[in-house]
Design a protein around this ligand. Structure first.
Ligand SMILES: [Zn+2]
Length: 356
C-alpha cells in the first residue's frame, strides 16, 4: 500500500513547478466479458464478430482502434462542450470529418496559415486530427490506438440465437374477426417483419491494449513547425485529453451496448512517461513479459514506468499526469496563429454575410 505523503512533502510538491510530459504510452491487458463492442457486419440476420490474424496465423478476437479512438474523441467532445473549449462548426455537432466539414475560414492559398487556424480554433481537430481537401492539409492525431486484441487462448466467442416476438398484432387481427383477405395478408406481412430470429455474437476475454499520446504535439502546426497555441491553452487541452483517456478506459463503449454492455472485470498494465524528447518504447501486452521488458527498456532511455493492477490505480496515475504540462519543443509560438486568427475573423464575417 503506498505511503501517505507528509504535510511537508505535499507543500514541497505544490511549490515545485509541474513536470513536463513529452509522450505517454498505456500498454495494458483489459478483461472484458460478454460484450459485442465491434463486429464485421451483419449478413441476413447473422452478425459476425471481428476477427484479426496475428503474425503466425493465429486468429483471434478484436475491437478496432477506430472504435477506441471514437470513444476518446466522444469524451473529449463532451468535456469541450461543458467546459467552454473552442470547437469548429463541424465538431460542435461531432461530425466525423472534423475540419474538412468546416473548411470555411481556412486560407486556401497558405497551408501554414490554414493549419494554424484549424488547430487553434478547435480542440477536437487539434487532438484527433483531420484531412482537409481544400486546402490540402493533413493533421495526424495526437492520440493513437491500436487494435484491442484478444490474447490467444484467453478469449471465448459464442453466437446466440434471439427471437423478437410480436404476439400483439396477431391477437388484434384475430379479435377483430371482420378483416378482409387483403387486410389479413397485410397483417401477416407485418407480423413477419415484426417477428424475427437473429444471431448475435457474445465475447469474453483478456485483451491487449496499446495507445500512444504525444502531448508535445498539442497545438503544433506541422506545416511550418510553430505552435499555434500559447502554453496555457496547450495545458488545458492536455488535461482534457488525459481525462478523456480516464473515461475511455473506465467506460468503454461501442456496438450493441444496449443489450451487451460489457462486464468490465479489470485492467492491468504499465504507463510509460517520457519527460524529455525520447520516444517511449512500445511492446505489446500480447507478450506475457511485456511489463518486465518495458521496465528494462524504460530504464535505459530514462523513461518513467508505472505499473498498475486495477482501474483505480490507473486512474491515480492519470490524475497525477494531469498535473503535468506538455513538453515544449524550441519552436516559436503564435506568429502564424495571430495571422490565422485575423483571417478567421474576416472569414467569419463573410460567412455570416452569405448565410443571411
Ligand atoms: Zn473541429
Amino acid at each position: 500500500m503506498p505511503r501517505r505523503k507528509s504535510l511537508l512533502e505535499r507543500q514541497n510538491q505544490r511549490r515545485q513547478p509541474p513536470q513536463d510530459v513529452f509522450e505517454v504510452a498505456i500498454l495494458a491487458r483489459v478483461k472484458w466479458d460478454l460484450h459485442s463492442l465491434n463486429n464485421e457486419g451483419t449478413i441476413g440476420n447473422v452478425t459476425e464478430p471481428r476477427t484479426v490474424v496475428l503474425w503466425n496465423g493465429t486468429k483471434t478476437d478484436g475491437v478496432s482502434g477506430e472504435m477506441m479512438k471514437h470513444i476518446h474523441a466522444y469524451w473529449t467532445w463532451l468535456q469541450a462542450k461543458t467546459k467552454t473549449f473552442a470547437l469548429c462548426d463541424a465538431c460542435q455537432v461531432f461530425q466525423p470529418q472534423r475540419a474538412d466539414a468546416a473548411s470555411q475560414g481556412l486560407n486556401r492559398n497558405d497551408n501554414a496559415a490554414a493549419m494554424a487556424t484549424a488547430v487553434e480554433r478547435c480542440v477536437l481537430c487539434d487532438l484527433h486530427g483531420f484531412l482537409v481537401q481544400r486546402p490540402t492539409i493533413h493533421r495526424q492525431s495526437v492520440v493513437e490506438f491500436g487494435w484491442i486484441v484478444g490474447v490467444p487462448e484467453k478469449f471465448h466467442r459464442d453466437i446466440h440465437v434471439h427471437a423478437r416476438h410480436a404476439v400483439a398484432e396477431r391477437g388484434v387481427a384475430e379479435a377483430e374477426g371482420e378483416a378482409s383477405e387483403e387486410q389479413t395478408q397485410e397483417a401477416e406481412r407485418t407480423e413477419v417483419a415484426a417477428q424475427m430470429v437473429y444471431h448475435r455474437p457474445t465475447r469474453s476475454g483478456v485483451y491487449a491494449l496499446v495507445t500512444l499520446f504525444q502531448p508535445w504535439r498539442i497545438g503544433l502546426n506541422e506545416v511550418n513547425y510553430t505552435y499555434a497555441l500559447d502554453p496555457n491553452e496547450q495545458r488545458r487541452r492536455y488535461q482534457l485529453a488525459i481525462t478523456a483517456y480516464e473515461w475511455t478506459l473506465k467506460r468503454p463503449d461501442g456496438a450493441m451496448t444496449t443489450t451487451r454492455f460489457p462486464h468490465i472485470e479489470g485492467i492491468e498494465g504499465i504507463v510509460l512517461i517520457a519527460r524529455q524528447p525520447v520516444p517511449v518504447p512500445m511492446l505489446s501486452p500480447l507478450r506475457e513479459d511485456y511489463r518486465e521488458k518495458l521496465e528494462e527498456l524504460a530504464k535505459k532511455q530514462n523513461v518513467e514506468a508505472k505499473r498498475f493492477v486495477d482501474v483505480d490505480e490507473l486512474v491515480n496515475i492519470l490524475s497525477e499526469l494531469r498535473q503535468a504540462v506538455p513538453f515544449q519543443m524550441p519552436f516559436s509560438v503564435g506568429t502564424v496563429s495571430r495571422r490565422g486568427r485575423g483571417r478567421r475573423r474576416r472569414a467569419g464575417r463573410s460567412s455570416r454575410r452569405t448565410t443571411r
